[in-house]
Structure formats: C-alpha cells, structure tokens
Write a protein that binds this ligand. Sequence first.
Ligand code: G6P
Length: 504
Amino acid sequence: MTASATADTGENPSSELEDLSTQVGDEDQREYDFIVVSNRLPVDRVVDDDGNASWRRSPGGLVTALAPVMAKADGAWIGWNGATSERLDAFSHNDMRLIPVSLSADEVEYYYEGFSNATLWPLYHDVVAPPEFHRHWWEAYRRVNQRFADAAALVAAEGATVWVQDYQLQLVPQMLRRLRPDLCIGFFNHIPFPPTEIFAQLPWRGRVIDGLLGADLIGFQRTSDASNFMRSARRFRGYSVKQQFVHVQDDDGEVSHIARAEAFPISIDSTKIHELAHDDEIIERAAQIRRDLGNPTKVLLGVDRLDYTKGIGHRLKAYSELLDDGTLTVEDAVLIQVASPSRERVEQYRILREEIEGSVGHINGQHDTIEHTAVRYLHHSYPLEEMVALYLAADVMLVTALRDGMNLVAKEYVAARVESNGTLVLSEFAGAADQLDEAVLINPHDIDGLKEAILKAVHMDPDDAKRRMKKMRREILDHDVEHWSQSFLNTLREVTADRGTASE
Ligand code: G6P
C-alpha cells in the first residue's frame, strides 16, 4: 500500500483516468463480478502507540451483510478512505479487495461537506435545517461521482453486478451505464427520498432523477420513499410510471432499459447483537453501568449521531419538563444520551452541538444532586460491545427522530433485549416505525404527547411490555441485514434477467 499527497490541480479528465489506472493496477482491471460503491470504504485507519497505521473493519451492518457476498462472488469495494488529498493504491483487507477513491481538500469541502451534507442531507430530511444551493458544490458532486463511476467501470468484469450506495453517489448509476451498458446496476438510498414539493427546490433535480434512473433497481427504505421518487420522475422528467417501472430513455429518446423502484427496509446483524447480549462480560458491564449511575429505578437511553434530524433537543425538552413538573425525579430516573461526533466541520452541526450541550448543562444544573444526575451526556462513539451493554442497562429507549431513513439503533435495542423486557419509544418519522409498530409511537414535535409516551414507557405493565417486545424481536430476528441484501440482490437478478419484459 503506498500513499502520497496529490496537489489539487482541478478537473482534468484524461490525466484523472490515467491516474486511476495506475492506482488500480493491471491485476484489478475488468476483474470483479460483484462491486459495492459507497462514499466511504468499509475500513477505518487505526494508528498504534508506535505510530504504525493499519486498517480495521468499520462497525456497521452493511459490511457484515456484504462481506460474505464479496467472498463468494469475487468482489471489490470502491470508496473514499476518509482522508484529504491522499492517493492510495488498491489493497486487500480480510479477503476483500478495496479500491480507494481520493478526494482533494476542495472536494471534501464542496462534494462531501457541502453538496452531500449541507444540500442533500437537509433537503432529503424534510428541510429541518435550511439546505444551501451552490453551483460550485454541484460541480464538485458531479466530478466526484464521475470518478467513482470511472473506477467501477475500470474494475468490473463483463456483466458484473455493481451496487451503488446512498445519496452521495446518485449520479453514478447513469454515468456507469454510459461507460458500461453490460453491467447490472443497483442503487440503494439509505436516507429518505423527499416529497416532490420539497425535492422541487433542488436546482439540479432533473439531473439527479436521470442519475438514479441509470440503475436497473433503485431501492428505498420505505414504500413512501419509492413513491416520492416515482412522482418526481414523472413530474420532472415526464416519465409515465407503470407500477414500479419506468421505461428509461437515452439521449436519442430510445428506451435504454426498464428501471424498477421498490422498498427494501435495511436491518442489522441481529445474530451478532443477540450473541453479545448473552455474553457474561457484557451482562456484567450492563449491571455495572446501573450501579455506577446510583441504581436508579429506571434508566432511559438515547443513542444518536449528533445530527439535527435526530430530535435530541425535542427529547431533552420533554424530559426536562417531566423533571420540572416533578413527574420524574433524578432519584427515580436518569437519561443517558450518547451523541457520537459527526460532520463537525459543517456549520449546522456546530450550531447543534452548542445547543444540545447548552440544554444538557441547563437541565443538569437545575436538577442534579451530589449523588444523582439528570442527563449523563457522552459525546463519544463506542464499540458495539459497549453499545449492547448500554441497551441491556436501559429500561426505555428513546428514538425521537424528526426524519430518519430507518434508524438502526431502534432495531439494535430490540435485538439486544433477549429477556423481551424494556420499552421502545419510537418516532413515526423513522423508517423503523413501519416494522416496529408495537413500539410506543410518537410525533416528536408534540412535546406533551412525547412526555405522555415517556411516562407510559416508564410505567408500562411488564406483561404488556413483554408482549410488545416479543413481537418486535420476532420481526427483527427474521428480517436481518442479510435478508435485506439477499432480497435486494435477488430482485436485481430478476430485473436484469427479464430485461425488456419486466412491465409487460
Ligand atoms: C448516514 C448515511 C451514511 C453515512 C452515515 C455517517 O447513515 O446514510 O451514508 O455514512 O450517515 O455519516 P458520514 O458523513 O460520517 O459518512
């Protein structure tokens, strides 16, 4: 593996392509039958005490689900390694071939922090923060998407399956189809797809629709996301949509292929969580967490990336009002709030951190005693083992997202509750609400309703709680992330096997 800094020379397609072929090397070209393309590679760099760097597989369900598919199908994963202006050659890690895509400092700022996370992210999450529209951000998004498409075109074997992930790469399917019409192309959007009236604001809305329609199969979290997309394809591109199918036209107006859009709700590695929840050390760690908190009667838990879509402020408001009213006291209850650091160079995230940390300070100042705290706030990320200990320690899990594609934390909590006790309070605006309808469902904007739901969860009759949790656990154990990837890939196979006849 070699790394070297590259100067930001701006756009230069032919030298970019040359550069890409040296990075990829002859042995990788036209080699792989299954390729995943995502903004980030599924590895994190770790540096030991002596300063030696190595790679560790990132936590998360996507890589767990896809690693076996990769191993079986001779696969490769294309993505950014998270650093700025660092050019890495392709390398192997745990039987997976990784093809790094490099981003310059300007591209990190305009493509990743800008267009992906300050334009698309708020726009696709009900504009809970105002999206910014800048033409030079769009230009960088287009250029970087082309680089990912070029890399996939270079390493894909004839007729390979390429699965593109998420909103950062919506133009890749069309770009890739133009380069390699022989490929089977899937796309999955992990975040919501907005209603047409909101999507309409995007100055490049038609280009994004065209980008996605380059795929044979476009997967969404919820049925409503798939129908929002289809409505936008009709309105902004004039396509007539038959059920889930669109006859996509090329530049000459000829039908190039039939694209299908459908919901495939993502899930978690339920088996892994179930196993960890039976691990004696983790069970003991959960007991220790409760002891360390002064053995409160009820432990409430929130676990989120520190993101304005998660409704952390709404949750804190409801909780603090319950303490103000005296309905809950710090002797009875404690709220653990894990807020993992995220996108810290983006302005809206900085503002949010100040707001949340201000509220926590205010609530604790008002209600803490020497022995007890109201909110134990943790601005850290934790390994899965510690997360499972927290899930086991918590009587009530609070998921109050204002909008969320799925919310895997809700599913992890359910998978970890092996005794079928504990209660999940879940926002109806999270995709998980479609599968977990035995949770206490809430509208997080309704603070009184949220307070009532928290109290209902805290005081729920144990038999009722058990009945609900059992049903939810069955759902999550039957529909894990492997089920998700298999059903997407099976449908993609079906769609591409039937090319040209799918809608007849
Ligand atoms: C969401 C997105 C992912 C993204 C993750 C973390 O789950 O759907 O695509 O990777 O957030 O965000 P980050 O910007 O750190 O990659």
